[in-house]
Design a protein around this ligand. Structure first.
Ligand code: TYC
Length: 107
């Protein structure tokens, strides 16, 4: 922004102020998988590989963590991505008649 001032017949002075363009980082959300007594372990491993790009080893580790502790983190994503993962996982589980639940929480 340039602000020009004329002082009578004196010199033209300019004040240049720069506003740093501040770009807000998107808030991040954890996508959580919840344990239940019916969804097969193999199905949960497939979900983690298919929707969260985990290796078979990592997927198995996360699945066992959820199985033992009740809840576990699949990943951390911007709001829209997290929301879309939750919808896709719940829909995939539903199509396969499993009660698997997935949710999101501010990271
Ligand atoms: N508890 C399930 C079983 O014993 C396995 C399971 C793990 C289910 C993780 C859901 O998010 C889950 N078959």
């Amino acid at each position: 922004m340039t602000d020009e001032r004329r002082n009578g017949n004196g010199p033209v002075t300019s004040i240049v102020t720069k506003t740093k363009p501040r770009v807000k980082k998107p808030s991040m959300y954890k996508v959580l998988l919840l344990n239940d007594d019916y969804t097969p372990m193999d199905f949960v491993v497939i979900v983690l590989q298919k929707y969260f790009r985990k290796s078979h080893e990592d997927a198995t580790r996360i699945m066992l963590h959820v199985h033992q502790r009740g809840v576990g983190i699949c990943g951390v994503f911007p709001y829209d991505v997290a929301e879309s993962k939750v919808v896709q996982v719940v829909e995939f589980a539903r199509q396969n008649q499993h009660p698997l639940q997935c949710t999101m929480q501010s990271a």
